[in-house]
Design a protein around this ligand. Structure first.
Ligand SMILES: *Cc1c(COP(=O)(O)O)cnc(C)c1O
Length: 214
């Protein structure tokens, strides 16, 4: 089924969006099934799991970090992650800067926004912080801001999900206007249950786990 679901998702996203296959809680065998189907972009939300997975799986995987990143874990993933999609504080940016400089790399990052106010357990920046936050992060030489990440609200109400994704898209467009389309290129939103809505609202990167491995 992995191959079938992979092909369904690839067909749905067409050339509008990039797929990040979320491997949290999956076995190496399951992940290899997807790798063999052709996928090369995988995502983890825990530093420990990312480190372990990267050691067990082929080298040509472009690992994405998508979870809340603790500052003391940055050094564990700095040489592994190809992009950190969950930058949510200046303190974290400062630590990534320091570790990326040490490693001699520039780390691509997405700024994570928390737009669904009803999900109080989620982390992320608020829309009104966006411009000043990105201005600050752009001062760091070893970070490359590439865009934003957002999550839909945890609800079955499609209208509400759409509302949040539209808000994320508007924020994305206003940041493109402010910082340039060559800087703000990625709008990462959409998971198993809501990626089709996210695509309709302009997403160009989806993060899908559950559906792919069902
Ligand atoms: C788990 C997770 C996903 C994927 O969710 P599914 O419902 O399994 O597709 C996407 N983004 C983040 C940040 C996640 O933690």
């Amino acid at each position: 089924m992995i191959k079938e679901h992979y092909e369904t998702v690839k067909k749905d996203i067409g050339d509008q969006a990039v797929l990040c296959a979320v491997t949290k809680n999956r076995s190496v065998d399951e992940i290899m099934g997807l790798y063999e189907a052709g996928e090369r972009i995988f995502a983890e939300n825990r530093a420990q799991a990312l480190k372990q997975r990267a050691a067990e799986l082929p080298d040509d995987i472009a690992w994405q970090f998508i979870g809340h990143l603790q500052k003391n874990k940055v050094k564990d993933i700095i040489r592994i992650a190809k992009r950190i999609q969950s930058l949510d504080s200046i303190e974290l940016a400062a630590v990534i800067e320091k570790e990326a400089a040490k490693a001699g790399i520039v780390m691509p990052v997405l700024c994570e926004f928390h737009l669904a106010e009803e999900d109080t357990n989620k982390t992320g920046l608020s829309a009104d912080q966006a411009k000043s936050f990105i201005q600050e992060v752009m001062k760091y030489e070893h970070l490359k801001v590439e865009g934003i990440m957002a999550m839909g609200p945890h609800t079955d109400d499609e209208n509400r999900i759409r509302e949040v994704f539209e808000q994320a898209h508007e924020l994305y467009l206003s940041l493109q206007k402010e910082f340039g389309e060559e800087v703000i290129q990625i709008l990462s939103m959409g998971m198993s249950d809501d990626y089709r809505i996210a695509l309709e609202c302009g997403s160009n990167m989806v993060r899908i786990g559950t559906y792919l491995f069902q």
